[in-house]
Design a protein around this ligand. Sequence first.
Ligand SMILES: Cc1cc2nc3c(=O)[nH]c(=O)nc-3n(C[C@H](O)[C@H](O)[C@H](O)COP(=O)(O)OP(=O)(O)OC[C@H]3O[C@@H](n4cnc5c(N)ncnc54)[C@H](O)[C@@H]3O)c2cc1C
Length: 431
Amino acid sequence: MSGKTITFKREIPIRHEVDVCVTGGGAAGVAAATAAARAGAKVFLAEATGCFGGLGTAGLVPAFCGVGNGMRVMGGPFCNEILKAMDIPSGAYDREFSYIDAEKLKRVYDEIITDCGCIFALEVRLAAVECENGIIKSAIFTECGDESLFAVNAKVFIDATGNGDLAAWAGADFAVGNARGIVMPSTLCTAWANIDWDKFDKSQLFSQLLQAIDDGIFSLNDWHHSGMFPVGKGIAGGNFGHIYNLRADKTASRTAGWLDIRKRTAEFQTFYNRYVPGFQRAELVATAALMGVRECRRITGDYILTVDDFKNKARFDDEIGQFAYGVDIHPLDDTKAEFERFQREFYGNLRYKAGECYGVPYRVLIPAKLKNCLTAGRCVSTDQPMEASIRVMPGCYLTGYAAGTAAALAKDGDVRKIQAAEIRNIMEENG
Ligand SMILES: Cc1cc2nc3c(=O)[nH]c(=O)nc-3n(C[C@H](O)[C@H](O)[C@H](O)COP(=O)(O)OP(=O)(O)OC[C@H]3O[C@@H](n4cnc5c(N)ncnc54)[C@H](O)[C@@H]3O)c2cc1C
């Protein structure tokens, strides 16, 4: 930091004046924009990458999880719709994982977004927010096109950036990580080819990993290894390799994380080729274009959903749905003790039995300091353990669809005037 500053002043065009502006086109943003447009609002959706879907597409996250609670599909109407569009058989809905063909998912989102009639743009990034007295007036976007910067005015703004950029830049309070500011690790997901799935025995993977750790294959011992998922014939999606305490709201931390994990991904290739039957000829095809950030800012809302709510299976008058995925809080560092803590909690007391669930109150979508803003997806108002439950894609569909519905109902922009029952009714009508 030089400590010096400049004043940056420009006249820029207001490209769109809409009812609802959604920033971020991941699972939550697509759900929000679709719900708002279907409810009759004029909507603008902005996405920074070249595709919709965020971590589930550009981020190469290879599976939906938390789809069902053993009795029924969780994740609300949009989750149902996506599973059907992806041709995932209904019998699979209750299982922990349903695998993702990322290219197909991109096309599914393209079609839904086009059909719902919202205005949208890819490769545009939120750069700044104009906010007065808790009311957001304009979102400022950057583009590679002619104008470089443009503004969008809206009655309601939805933050679906995952990292909570919009709400934080508008002045909302937020928390990051645990009491010491330590966030869940990030993972750069990967695509692999030349796999012989018939020879692979998942039950042996952990002992193979321990052997490789003993043999000194890795520069960092990473005990928690989610593994490879069959996302196609002979191909796999890799979800492994933790980057501990990557702070997605800090550029230096992000930059170092990319370099570190690319180097360590090569070590994982050595591991799979040498130690894992079925993967002797496996080749790394690609690392994801989007860093796999599990956790960044959690925007402080009118209510903070906590791990006690999970334990109590809390229900709320203003709930917009229910969810059931366990508290999947990955080890926060590379010690064996942290790995054992994760195993104890995720496979033990912070996981539900079939049919159990907790309620998700509308208030977790409303940033406490803002009047015309809602959050959706992994930046909603929770403590760290609850973010580790609701952040999975079905949870993002749920909060996204509810936020979009509420935003369309808030005709004068005041999101607190909307009753959760109105949101629930529309979500029920939508399946
Ligand atoms: C490694 C890893 C493994 C996971 N495994 C699973 C799993 O097995 N199953 C599961 O269901 N979930 C899993 N998750 C969780 C899940 O994938 C994410 O939490 C979820 O996809 C988040 O959705 P989102 O829409 O809130 O955010 P994101 O998917 O992060 O989408 C945010 C979108 O906003 C865009 N954006 C960000 N900033 C801006 C900006 N300033 N301007 C414009 N656009 C912006 C981004 O480009 C992105 O497309 C995993 C996550 C990670 C990281």
